[in-house]
Each structure stands twice: as C-alpha cells, then as structure tokens.
Design a protein around this ligand. Structure first.
Ligand SMILES: [Zn+2]
Length: 347
C-alpha cells in the first residue's frame, strides 16, 4: 500500500491513530484533529456488475481535495469523460428502486447509494468516484466490500475543518402512511422503522447513533433484499436483471431462499438504514440532527432533503469545532482503521 511520505519517512512512523488518541486529553481540546475533513489514503478499485443492468462495471474511488465533497464522473464507451459533478440531491434524477444521479449531457449513474453510504458512514468527507458504466457495482448487496477496502487503505486527515448541516427546524414529508423527517438533535441519529406484510420481515425498528465504528459493525454488512413475486415484473421493466442470491436476500412468501443465515437477525431494517445514510449524504455534507422514517425509501429520503433546503431557516452549516464537546462520535473509529494526519499536526 502506497503511503504519503514526509521527507521520505512514512507518516505512520510519526503517528498511528489509536495510540495517539489514547494519550490525548480530548476534554481540553477544542479543535479535535478528528474534527478535520478526511479523504482516502490512496485509490481503490472495484469490479462487479450492476444489479439492475447486469452490465460489468469498474468503479474507482480516489482521494479528493478538502471541501470538494463526493464527486462522480463516468467514462463513456468512446473514452469521453462526463463529470465530475457533485453527488448532491438536486442531481437526483430517479429514485425508482435505487438512487440515480444526473451527470448532464444525458448521462446518469444509478445505484450510487451503497458506495456513498460506505464513504459517509466511515466519516469520509471528500472522494472522487469514477466508473465506466451506467450503474455502480452491487458487489454483495451491502456496503461491506467498499468499507473493507477503504479500511485497508486508511484515511488521510485534511487541514480543513469538517462541516455539518445542523438541523434547526423539523422538516417532515409524507406519502400515505409513510414519512421521513429531519429534526434538531444533539448528535447524529437515525430512527428508522419498516413494516412489511411478511412473516420474515414484519415490523422492524432500529435507532442508530452514528459513529464510524458502529456503522462498520452494525450496518455495513446488511444486504439489499427483494421478493420473488416482484422479480418477474421488475425484469420485464428492465430492473433487477443482475440480481441474484450473490447480491440480494431473496424472499419467497415467508421464507428466505438464500443458503445460510441472515447476517443480522434484523438485516432488513439495517439495510434500509444503510440506504438512508447514503441518500442523506446527498445533502452535500453530513447532517447534525436526527433522521426519522417510517416505511420510507429513496424517494422520501430525497424529498426530505429537498424540503430541508427549501427554507434557509431549517438548517445552518456549522464547523465541527462549534459542535458540543460531548459529541465524540468522530473519535469512535474501527480498530483496524489507520488515520494519517496532515503534516502540520505532526510538527
Ligand atoms: Zn440498498
């Protein structure tokens, strides 16, 4: 793995995240290093197929400058590059079964939510995604394959302070009996409930206080799921052509067709949470507040962002050093994740 060098000496000789953090008296530090923006410590590549298109695709994630957020570009068959554009909610062109981003020039990229969820869930602020197809690879149907490679690579802290969208007023959007809401809260929390007329899924609720470590352990491995009774209709409409038991939990009536156990006993609601984390990152910055949803999905998630940003009184952009000191979620990282500081912090 290629590390950034400092006068020829790899950064990890100065600073390995865990030991440094343990010795540091965070209570007295107003400007946490962990409150700075992060990008990847190098580039990483994924090969797979699109779950809807079934087309082979290669996706690459690489580091990006501070304050650039998540950007996405597509390499066309003729070698032309469209983008990069910011991965933000005004560019959401479709939310049917997945979230699709419009890159302009009549070019789009579908199923972005799992890779964006991995980046946002791990606390990455800036990254450039490039792919050579119309849809991100589905991998195993969760965000774990993305997370695992990013963990191997490590993160690079950047000089710029991390910023959040602080929710000031509750915004709720509804569709029949389902809803999604963003509301003021001292922390980053998601409270999500699903209710399926199905014995295996039924009613499941998860309250998730975000930290990167909890994202990796409690959310990232949850796979997408689908019902066999819908599969035929979807395929006729050109969806789910690449779906299989390799990348989805397949349900037929009240049984699971996949061999083996579920990865979590309530894997279904955890996957919806994984999706919501990816969809909410389309705000352009991580939110500081609480997301609540009942029987929601990509469409309501996109709509609640649109409603939030429709009125400037609903939110403010705050930098991480202005958040309550008690908000220590930024420091709760997976054990295996190495974070390399920007150079000034080692001097
Ligand atoms: Zn999903």
């Amino acid at each position: 793995m290629q590390k950034n060098d400092w006068h020829g000496v790899p950064c990890q000789f100065f600073f390995v995240y865990k030991g440094f953090w343990d010795d540091w008296d965070w209570g007295s530090v107003m400007h946490k290093i962990s409150a700075r923006q992060c990008t990847l410590n190098g580039a990483v590549r994924f090969d797979g197929i699109g779950v809807h298109s079934a087309s082979p695709v290669t996706l690459r994630i690489e580091p990006a400058a501070a304050n650039s957020g998540f950007q996405i570009a597509r390499i066309m068959d003729d070698g032309r590059i469209v983008g990069p554009v910011e991965v933000k909610f005004p560019r959401v062109s479709r939310t049917t079964l997945c979230t699709t981003i419009d890159l302009g020039e009549s070019v789009s990229v579908a199923t972005i939510e799992h890779v964006i969820s991995a980046l946002s869930g791990l606390g990455v602020d800036n990254a450039l995604i490039t792919l050579n197809g119309e849809e991100c690879p589905i991998m195993d149907g969760s965000s774990a394959p993305f997370v695992e490679e990013i963990l191997k690579l490590g993160l690079q802290v950047q000089p710029a302070m991390r910023k959040y969208i602080k929710i000031l007023r509750t915004v709720t959007v509804r569709n029949n009996d389902s809803f999604a809401a963003l509301e003021p809260y001292n922390g980053r929390s998601l409270d999500l409930e699903i209710d399926f007329d199905n014995e295996i899924i039924g009613r499941q609720r998860m309250i998730f206080e975000w930290t990167p470590r909890r994202y990796v352990e409690d959310v990232s491995a949850a796979r997408t799921f689908g019902f066999m009774k819908d599969a035929h209709v979807l395929r006729q409409a050109g969806y789910a052509l690449g779906s299989s038991m390799e990348n989805s939990i397949a349900l037929e009536d009240d049984r699971i067709l996949n061999p083996g156990e579920l990865r979590y006993q309530d894997e279904f609601v955890r996957h919806k949470l994984l999706d919501a984390i990816g969809d909410l990152a389309l705000g352009g910055l991580p939110f500081y507040g609480r997301f609540r949803s009942y029987k929601g999905g990509h469409a309501l998630n996109a709509l609640v962002l649109t409603s939030l940003f429709a009125n400037e009184a609903n939110y403010e952009i705050v930098s991480a050093d202005k958040l309550p000191v008690a908000f220590d979620a930024l420091d709760d990282l997976p054990e295996e994740l190495e974070v390399t500081p920007y150079l000034r912090s080692v001097g």
